[in-house]
Design a protein around this ligand. Structure first.
Ligand SMILES: Cc1cc2nc3c(=O)[nH]c(=O)nc-3n(C[C@H](O)[C@H](O)[C@H](O)COP(=O)(O)OP(=O)(O)OC[C@H]3O[C@@H](n4cnc5c(N)ncnc54)[C@H](O)[C@@H]3O)c2cc1C
Length: 520
């Protein structure tokens, strides 16, 4: 009797022939790991393609698609919106982790070109000694999150005054589904005609695999001022944040609600904080001041947050200390006008000292599961959105209490004209392989951990969806669209037609990350 050859096995042979066996991983542990993101699980891929060169990536993608297999890109795996989770059929997952070179830092033209798997942290470490950085220079997950992931799902935190990370992009080299490599735009100026770079940005991998990325560079700041404030309520914290953003006074301008603050107080290690602060200041050449600041952090402890309703944190930066101090004075004036008062400023200082900490906060202080959801809104709609989300929690208070589902929120200004509201859920539930791989082993050991909490997870699912619906009803926008945020519903039908036509042009057989962006 003839032996049946699985179609998957035949395709793997073709893939291995195209790229060599070292770049094709088929072990169960690797396939299981990449079948989980921070929140959910998908089907394990047939194999993981881990190329070490762009040429090898292109050959692998061409071989997979020639054999009718879907291709799903993954960077650092630090997302929670299902962008690299696929369950409809067999597929090859592309892991860009070994494409991590910094190809060229061009100080004459103020550009940097990296491979897509380079992390924000690695780029920061390479640029810092040169006094350079990208305008928006990464996400807090940047120790593991890649620049390719950032460009593909967009992101924000560091340098948010300059916009989101996709605003730092000049051009991409993208491997299309058939293996062709195209370059978008020009490597030093954008837009050059209709903007292909923009079309491929924030696509959550639906249009191709980004292989190389060229970013703008700016001079790193050399003068800093930090301010933290206690704010009495949501209206006034949002009002102050918007006023600071409109004036462009802070490079970073973000806030925590009381619950997220309490989580932070439980979570962080003062000794670690003091160490990173001392290291940063020493690297800037001020050893005595470093020791003084480290001691201050320990002395302040976390008690300064105890009776604080909302805390707002700002970092002013520039090239001249008097100018930066003047910006901070103006921030203080705005805060006072909104009923805020200064508190110890160690939170922004510590964050700036260690901008890309280990991603241990993907679990709660006792090992609870963690899930953020977010929306960007113009300043004029923030308070309304906040109140609608609070009303949703009030309607669900009994179930949330019974299942121990807690909700906090982070707020952050991004550019001059928008702020982000990011509700964050914590609930008792088991960890998944991604958490166990990404959280530091020493930290993991200190966590109590929980058994599976399916009922609580279902409630979180439902609350997340209702928050997305609230944001949709208010015309909010989002990062990380992937398989979670509704893009089609947000578009005029003619605009959506353009996007689907683009998808057909770059991926006629619908094999590139099918379903991402809601495009089949
Ligand atoms: C602890 C923690 C902190 C975080 N902090 C922030 C924050 O401060 N700001 C913020 O915005 N987000 C934050 N995030 C969310 C997330 O880490 C970021 O959005 C980050 O940009 C994801 O990058 P990644 O390389 O891990 O991408 P992945 O999770 O691997 O992939 C994300 C999406 O991009 C696609 N993709 C990845 N690489 C490529 C490529 N080369 N070509 C095409 N498509 C690709 C994938 O298919 C997927 O759809 C945080 C997450 C965690 C766990």
């Amino acid at each position: 009797m003839a032996t049946l050859i699985e179609p998957g096995a035949r395709t793997l042979d073709a893939l291995i022939e195209a790229v060599g066996s070292a770049a094709v991983l088929t072990d169960a542990a690797t396939r299981d790991l990449v079948a989980h993101d921070v929140y959910a699980a998908g089907r394990p891929p047939l194999a993981v393609l881990r190329p070490v060169s762009v040429d090898q990536l292109a050959r692998g993608v061409a071989a997979a698609s020639a054999n009718g297999l879907a291709i799903v890109p993954r960077g650092g795996g630090m997302s929670y919106t299902g962008g690299y989770l696929y369950s409809r059929g067999d597929f090859i997952l592309v892991d860009t982790g070994a494409l991590d070179a910094i190809i060229q830092i061009n100080q004459t033209d103020m550009t940097v070109t990296v491979e897509a798997g380079c992390t924000w942290d690695a780029l920061h470490r390479a640029l810092k000694p040169l006094g350079l950085r990208a305008p928006a220079w990464g996400t807090l997950s940047g120790l593991r999150a890649t620049i390719g992931g950032g460009m593909s799902q967009n992101g924000t935190f560091w340098g948010a005054r300059n916009g989101s990370v996709a605003d730092s992009a000049l051009s991409f080299d993208v491997v299309l589904a058939d293996g062709r490599i195209i370059s978008t735009g020009s490597a030093f100026f954008r837009p050059f005609g209709p903007d292909l770079t923009s079309l491929f940005a924030a696509d959550t991998g639906a249009f191709g695999v980004k292989a190389r990325i060229t970013l703008k560079l700016v001079r790193e700041a050399t003068a800093f001022a930090y301010g933290s404030f206690s704010m009495p309520d949501h209206q006034r914290v949002l009002g102050a944040m918007s006023a600071i953003a409109r004036e462009g006074l802070a490079a970073e301008n973000f806030a925590f609600d009381p619950f997220l603050q309490s989580q932070r107080m439980k979570r962080d290690s003062l000794a670690k904080d003091a160490r990173s602060l001392v290291n940063m200041m020493k690297s800037q050449g001020s050893a005595w001041q470093a020791i003084r600041e480290g001691a201050k952090v320990v002395a302040a402890g976390r008690s300064f947050l105890k009776d604080v309703p909302f805390s707002l944190h700002t970092i002013a930066e520039g090239r001249r200390q008097p100018a930066v101090d003047a910006d901070m004075a103006e921030i203080q004036r705005i805060i006072a006008a909104h009923g805020g008062t200064p508190i110890d400023n160690s939170i922004p200082k510590i964050l700036r000292a260690n901008p890309f900490p280990p991603p241990n906060s993907m679990l709660g202080p006792e090992g609870e599961r963690w899930l953020p959801v977010h929306g960007f809104l113009p300043h004029s709609r923030l308070v309304d959105a906040w109140q609608r989300i609070e009303a949703l929690y009030a309607c669900n208070a009994e179930a949330m209490q019974r299942l121990d589902v807690r909700a906090g929120a982070m707020l952050a200004a991004v550019s001059r004209s928008a702020c982000l509201i990011e509700p964050v859920f914590f609930w008792p539930d088991a960890t998944n392989p991604l958490h166990r791989a990404a959280v530091e082993p020493d930290h993991l050991k200190t966590l109590k951990g929980f058994p599976e909490g399916l009922e609580a997870r279902a409630l979180v699912d439902d609350l997340r969806q209702q928050i997305i619906d609230i944001f949709r009803s208010m015309d909010a926008t989002h990062l990380q669209i992937a398989r979670t945020y509704p893009l089609k519903a947000a578009h005029h039908p003619a605009g959506w037609e353009i996007l689907t036509a683009l998808k057909r042009a770059v991926d006629p057989r619908g094999l590139m990350n099918p379903g991402s962006l809601g495009l089949e």
